[in-house]
Every structure is written in structure tokens, then in C-alpha cells.
Design a protein. Structure first.
Length: 87
């Protein structure tokens, strides 16, 4: 059975241990924290996945530590707008 779980990410690179089949569903600000939601089966094998937050106007490397980065979402935390990428 699949469930949806939320995870907090920091403004520093954040590595989460997620089930291998975890599918990104949503990003939002809850209070003053950036959260990611994933749909997953909690009993599957896990892998480490790393996420980074960039502000509007910041340089965003296409490759970070030798790995390409994929855009996931944009969240609003007035007066800032943050952009979330996965390494």
C-alpha cells in the first residue's frame, strides 16, 4: 500500500533516505520550513537523495558534485521565492 509522507529540507544541501520508489508529489512552506511530500511504499529498499534550495537570481549549477540537478518545485516564503532541485 502506498502512503504520502512529508520531509523537512534545510537551506543547506539535505540528504534524505527514501524508498527507492518514492515519487515526489509536492513542495510547500509550512510555518518557516520548506517541506517535500513523497508518495511511497515504506517497506521498499532505500536510497539517499539530495535536495538543494536556491533563491531567485542565484546561480544554479547544471551539475553539482558531478551529478546533474533536476528542478522539482518553487515555493513562496514572503518576501522570498525559493527553487528546489534534486541532485
Amino acid at each position: 500500500m502506498k502512503t504520502i509522507w512529508k520531509y523537512e529540507i534545510e537551506f543547506e544541501p539535505t540528504t534524505l533516505r527514501l524508498p527507492i520508489d518514492a515519487e515526489f508529489r509536492c513542495a510547500a512552506v509550512q510555518g518557516e520550513t520548506v517541506m517535500l511530500w513523497f508518495e511511497l511504499e515504506s517497506d521498499n529498499e532505500t536510497i539517499d537523495r539530495t535536495f538543494r534550495i536556491f533563491g531567485t537570481g542565484w546561480e544554479i549549477p547544471q551539475v553539482y558534485l558531478g551529478r546533474p540537478m533536476d528542478y522539482l518545485a518553487t515555493v513562496h516564503m514572503p518576501p522570498f521565492v525559493w527553487h528546489i532541485f534534486e541532485e
